[in-house]
Design a protein around this ligand. Structure first.
Ligand code: CAA
Length: 261
């Protein structure tokens, strides 16, 4: 396929069942224009449907993961344009991807860039990463879930601070606040992100999907309902050969070889 704004590498550096998706509008610091949104959401939809894909890494450049939605493209839009056109609506398909997604963030993750990183399941950040929701400074508010996902990730105090002042957060603060899973030296970011993806891709695919679904459920429901939901999924893992293989391999002191990969 003829992609203009992203690059897609299957089995990067020999990592079986891993796909690396690189945002590729370097001159615009990977600003998320309609073309990029369309290519990325369409590609991730396809990869999600492919049983040979066990985990996906999304990354940008050393300077910018993504500096937000494309302000030049948005500048001329009217209310009727964005409302009737469901501006940003395609991002909902990305939030619906069931395959584990890993964001490997270096440099700026601002506005839509921060929101894209937060739609991923594991956020790995280089020591150069900077996060922010600066929309207020251009007269708008976050539009791809930032006010919701940031608040759930780091709480009201810091989310309000960031959304109302538009200030940036460095990676240390972001990790301490719970936005970032791991801080990684910039020159090792990609290698480590691919290794994390390869680890996940070596597990049972349906079970990784269930784990993701169960954790995400915590954002949608009460504790009692969530625990009930988790228990049903836990029981259902016993319907698959991978549960028997995983436990048998442990008992026999050997690595598990999952069938549903
Ligand atoms: N949209 C369009 N173009 C962008 C952009 C964006 N969000 N961010 C950067 N660029 C472009 C710049 O216009 C510039 O292009 P030209 O060379 O053609 O002038 C190029 O990328 C390089 O950027 P800078 O020269 O500004 O680089 P810098 O190092 O001086 O500054 C920066 C970097 C602090 C990230 C600065 O570019 C910046 O503030 N960008 C905008 C950040 C922002 O406001 N993001 C939120 C967007 S709104 C949004 O995302 C809504 C939502 O919720 C989805």
């Amino acid at each position: 396929t003829d992609l203009q704004t992203i690059r897609v590498d299957r089995d990067p550096e020999g990592h079986d069942r891993v796909v690396l998706v690189t945002l590729n509008r370097p001159k615009a610091l990977n600003a998320l224009n309609t073309e990029l949104m369309t290519e990325l959401t369409h590609t991730l939809g396809e990869l999600d449907a492919d049983p040979a894909v066990g985990a996906i890494v999304i990354t940008g450049s050393p300077r910018a993961f993504a500096a937000g939605a494309d302000i030049k493209e948005m500048a001329e839009q009217t209310f009727a344009d964005v409302y009737t056109g469901q501006w940003f609506g395609a991002w909902d398909t990305l939030a619906g991807v069931r395959t584990p997604l890993i964001a490997a963030v270096a440099g700026y993750a601002l506005g839509g860039g921060c929101e894209l990183a937060m739609m991923c399941d594991i956020l790995l950040a280089a020591d150069t990463a900077v996060f922010g929701q600066p929309e207020i400074k251009i007269g708008v508010i976050p539009g791809i879930g930032g006010s919701q996902r940031l608040t759930r990730a780091i709480g009201k105090a810091k989310a309000m601070d960031m959304c109302l002042t538009g200030r940036n957060m460095d990676v240390t603060e972001a990790e301490r606040a719970g936005l970032v899973a791991r801080i990684i030296p910039a020159d090792e970011l990609l290698e480590q992100a691919l290794a994390v993806a390869a680890t996940i891709a070596g597990m049972s695919k349906p079970v990784t999907m269930m784990a993701k679904e169960a954790v995400n459920r915590a954002f949608e429901t009460t504790l009692a309902e969530g625990v009930r939901f988790e228990r049903r999924l836990f029981y259902s893992t016993f319907a698959m050969a991978d549960q028997r293989e995983g436990m048998k391999a442990f008992v026999e002191k050997r690595p598990a070889s999952f069938q549903h990969r």
